[in-house]
Design a protein around this ligand. Structure first.
Ligand code: G3P
Length: 217
């Protein structure tokens, strides 16, 4: 499973990338707002840090506007992946942008039928939002499983990018189902390393080590 980090915080991206955890980055207008920086400047910096695809989202809602913004965003770096919303105009833009060899992430997916349409329109990635479905007491993971089945049934190459991940269990379940990618907020990505028994084990080893009176260095 590939890991993308879902943030526009350059410090976090740099740290996670240095230990080889990152296969890409996803951003969205809310994350750009949170960074407090200009979209072009921060996206360029992210693209220089990470080798894999960096999703940058269009903000126009009509096809022509999306295409214009996609052209501007594509010029930022070679590893830009254009993110479009799952609307009819978004699908039109997806078809046109992927048609000339660029990557597209179709975002804000909340149903299997939407995911089917995105695959038909040639999406590189489909982003089903798990957490936001869970917020409505709808099982977000069931959507990931449905999309996996549908894409497998027909051999669609669109990668399932599990998004709106809020917990470490979301990562585990998405991996078990076979999502191709999980885009995870930095804090959740870092939380994957934690286990009480690891901490307890370290504590016990350190207590015994102190008793030996030795030091390695
Ligand atoms: O990847 C999409 C993500 O940024 C949305 O997450 O937690 O706002 O639903 P959330």
């Amino acid at each position: 499973m590939k890991f993308f980090v879902d943030t526009a915080d350059v410090k976090e991206i740099r740290e996670l990338n240095e230990i080889g955890l990152l296969d890409g980055v996803t951003t969205n207008p809310s994350l750009i707002m949170k960074s407090g920086r200009s979209i072009k400047e921060v996206t360029k910096e992210i693209c220089d840090i990470v080798e894999g695809p960096v999703s940058a989202e269009v903000t126009a809602l009509d096809f022509e506007g999306m295409m214009k913004e996609a052209d501007i965003l594509s010029k930022i770096a070679d590893n830009i992946c254009i993110k479009v919303p799952l609307t009819f105009d978004g699908l039109k833009a997806c078809k046109a942008i992927t048609g000339d060899g660029r990557k597209v992430n179709v975002t804000l997916c909340f149903s299997a039928n939407q995911a089917l349409l995105a695959a038909k329109a040639g999406a590189t990635f489909i982003s089903p939002f798990i957490g936001r479905l869970d917020d409505l007491a709808i099982d977000g993971m069931e959507l990931i499983a449905d999309i996996r089945t549908i894409y497998n049934n027909y051999g669609f190459q669109t990668e399932i990018l599990a998004a709106s991940i809020r917990t470490v269990n979301h990562v585990r379940e998405a991996a078990l189902i076979g999502a191709d990618v999980a885009t995870v907020p930095p804090a959740t990505l870092k939380a994957l390393v934690k286990h009480t028994l690891t901490d307890k084990g370290i504590e016990a080893f350190m207590a015994d080590w102190a008793k030996t009176g030795q030091s390695i260095a």
